[in-house]
Design a protein around this ligand. Structure first.
Ligand code: NAP
Length: 307
């Protein structure tokens, strides 16, 4: 790969930013990467592990002269960070972000950006339950999707094309989508499932007094897959639900209706309903494997045998 941007600035140095840094280095996509995180602790860790060519003590210092600035902070603080860096952005630079929600980020960030700066939001559909500067790795985006969500119809096509080749250089497949559509799709594929996992783990925790340590001991029966999702960063997920309210509530409404229907089938002994439902959902799993988005190995390839 060749250099796509001369200088890239990463604001926020957690899982997503550190993975971007290692992926940039793996493919030589930038000549220099600067970085900034809010706490001294994180900045010191970044310096110690060689995360970023230069770690700066302010966001403005990090973005000065950058051709691409990527906001890698929780969705709820994107606007504040944009306001802080706006005065020093280089004319012609591109500002992007990696936020899990797009409409609220566009509404919060766009008003702060000066004319002559391109705003091209994006969302890589890749992550783990880990967070912080030491959790990133160069392969995180390999074969994963990154959705580019141009802020409006006037977005410069060259700026979009450049960001697309940057993400492709990091191993991702790129799609473009409108912000509201993105937020609805993600409510189905990510946001509602996380809330359901949080709920299930919360219920098990409430029952702990009854079940004692059995919840942990027998967790391989399915529960542990919920616990992995429910271990995700609380700040990030609080912000996701506060900013993708309508789409998440819409999907949870549908979820509740389906749950009631399944509850009813169990109560009335309607085995056909349950069988047909589970047959339909099994086909979705097959589709995900065929699309190369997960492994077909038993138990997600953990090697522990089937449950
Ligand atoms: P993370 O590992 O928790 O890192 C967040 C980073 O943001 C930390 O370096 C933190 O600094 C910094 N930060 C927080 N508030 C800040 C502020 N006011 N000013 C400057 N820096 C600030 O989070 P992440 O998983 O990388 O997520 C970052 C973004 O990516 C979020 O918007 C999230 O929605 C999105 N995203 C996450 C995933 C995922 O699965 N994790 C997937 C796709 C997209 P300190 O360490 O100093 O506090």
């Amino acid at each position: 790969m060749s250099v796509v941007y001369d200088r890239v600035a990463l604001i926020g140095l957690g899982l997503i930013a550190s993975s971007i840094f290692w992926a940039i280095k793996r493919s030589g996509l930038a000549n220099e990467v600067t970085g900034y995180a809010r706490t001294k602790d994180t900045r010191e860790t970044a310096r110690r592990i060689g995360l970023c060519d230069r770690v700066c003590d302010s966001a403005t210092e990090a973005v000065e002269g950058a051709d691409l600035v990527i906001l890698c902070v929780p969705v709820g603080v994107m606007g504040r960070v944009a306001a802080e860096i706006a005065p020093v952005l280089k004319p012609g630079a591109t500002v992007s972000d990696v936020g899990s929600v797009k409409r609220s980020v566009i509404d919060a960030v766009a008003p702060h950006l000066p004319d002559g700066v391109h705003f091209v939001p994006a969302h890589p559909l890749a992550g783990t339950e880990h967070s912080g500067p030491e959790s990133g790795f160069a392969e995180l985006y390999d074969n994963r999707w990154c959705i580019i969500v141009p802020a409006d119809e006037d977005t410069d096509p060259d700026a979009v094309a450049k960001l697309r080749s940057f993400w492709e250089g990091m191993g991702a497949h790129v799609d473009e989508m409108d912000a509201d559509h993105h937020d609805l799709v993600l409510a189905v594929t990510s946001h509602a499932p996380h809330l359901i996992a949080y709920t299930m783990v919360g219920v098990a925790d409430d029952l702990r007094r009854v079940t004692d340590s059995e919840v942990i001991k027998y967790s391989a029966a399915g529960f542990r897959d919920f616990t992995r999702i429910a271990a995700s960063d609380p700040t990030m997920w609080r912000d996701v639900f506060l900013t993708n309210k309508d789409a998440t509530l819409e999907i949870l409404g549908r979820f509740t209706e389906e749950l009631f229907a399944l509850q009813r089938a169990i109560r009335t002994g309607d085995g056909d309903h349950l069988y047909d439902y589970f047959t339909r959902t099994r086909a979705i799993r097959r589709g995900i494997i065929e699309a190369g988005q997960d492994t077909d190995a038993p138990d997600f390839g953990r090697g522990g045998g089937r449950q």
